[in-house]
Design a protein around this ligand. Sequence first.
Ligand code: PMP
Length: 294
Amino acid sequence: FDQLEGSIWLDGKIIPWSEAQVHVLTHGLHYGSSVFEGQRAYGGEIFKLEEHTKRLHASAEVLGFTIPWTEEQINDACKQMLVENNLTDAYLRPVAWRGSEMMGISAQANTIHLAIAAWEWPSYFSPEERLKGIRLDMAEYRRPDPKTAPFKSKAAGLYMICTISKHAAEAKGYSDALMLDWQGRVAEATGANVFFIKDGAIHTPIADCFLDGITRRTVIDLARARGIEVIERRIMPEEMEGFEQCFLTGSAAEVTPVSEIGPYSFVPGDITKLMIEDYMAAVQPAKEELLVAS
Ligand code: PMP
């Protein structure tokens, strides 16, 4: 990743990829005072860009700092990164953090930095391949109580337990891990929300201690538009025994079918397939914009 070509937006300047570096005494590195986003561009358009940028701003406010760039400036910078790097289908990673002027838990005066990187990350699974589903282990760590961690912030610090869990799962040959919440209920995967299907209805946990993903909300709307019932409720892990299908959602994961979670198995089927199709149609740029661009 270090050697990728292209440019990165850092604090208002566009610089070569390899020069986008931070000091080792960066507060964000030592104390996790860092927030980030992850969004995809399809056909040159960034899907739900405004929502992602709003969430980035809100994530920073939860951690007590204000990003010194307006939403409009960030949106423009994201679009500029696509153009500069000659990308149409890509993943974008904006990240904001407290800088290195002061070292210590308190660093009120430290400069707030913002970087935006973009790189090619096509959705390379064909519908057939996706439909096989991925295998998930059960994670050892649980999503913390909302009184223990600021779960509405997409804060780097909250990903410590996600990386530990995902690495442990990968070491056992799984693709990802399913995390329970602090009360032992089904929560989400390490970087994506989870949905189950039973008797023609979709069931998903209430996002009351984990990220209410932009993709999650999009898929809920798409399913309801199809007349499919979507039930947000508390789900105990034992209930997975009775679910027929399962999929994950996320800006990076898109809609990814799951074939196994620990001892439970699922067969990706009709509704999962429909949600993949509807999501992939929803992310395409509007026809009018394509006409204007051509
Ligand atoms: N949960 C976690 C922990 C995530 O990292 C992500 C990805 N941002 C999601 C859920 C899904 O969020 P979104 O659909 O907004 O990408």
